[in-house]
Ligand binder design. Structure first.
Ligand SMILES: [Fe+2]
Ligand SMILES: [Fe+2]
Length: 173
């Protein structure tokens, strides 16, 4: 039982649950952003095909969606990093946790750079193009990251919890 003392003081169960909630919120926010343009999947559609009013409205919406998304990504990575710091003591997992935090930083840097470029495109009246490029990249970065890092982390934490919560035999406290 000794190996799990770090879980005894601050069980990351609550943290784990909110991390999983944030994953769901990120997916929803990305989908909402995509759905702001009803012609997203019509690759021939350009903003100039819509009336000026609609164009102006989309031009305002895109950066606002993208910024909300980026803010949630930042908040989520901070929370996940904090959770990772809490469980650092699981030795066989340490290297993976280090690369996990590094991956967060890389994603954030790429998304911030991409958003700057897409804001420029948006201000040139190419909102749907900016939306497609940003959405596609953000979606694939997050999916890749989830499969590679988050899913194993979540699985591991659930396992650790189960082991901690269901002591076999008598108490060893
Ligand atoms: Fe992560
Ligand atoms: Fe995550």
């Amino acid at each position: 039982m000794k190996g799990h003392d770090h879980l005894a003081n601050s069980p990351p169960e609550v943290g784990l649950r909110s991390i999983e909630d944030e994953h769901v919120r990120l997916v929803i926010l990305l989908k909402d952003m995509r759905d702001m343009c009803g012609y997203y999947f019509e690759s021939n559609h350009q903003c100039q095909d819509c009336n000026r009013e609609r164009q102006a409205s989309c031009q305002g919406l895109f950066p606002s969606y993208a910024l909300d998304f980026l803010e949630l990504v930042i908040e989520h990575f901070e929370n996940e990093d904090a959770l990772i710091d809490e469980i650092r003591e699981i030795p066989e997992f340490e290297l993976e946790l280090k690369s996990h935090k590094k991956a967060h930083l890389q994603i954030l840097r790429e998304l911030e750079g991409l958003l700057q470029d897409m804001k420029t495109l948006n201000s040139q009246g190419q909102t749907v193009m900016a939306l497609r490029v940003f959405h596609e990249r953000a979606d694939s970065l997050l999916n890749e990251h989830t499969q590679l890092f988050d899913a194993p982390l979540v699985r591991k934490l659930h396992e650790e919890h189960q082991r901690f919560d269901t002591p076999k035999g008598g108490s060893d406290a």
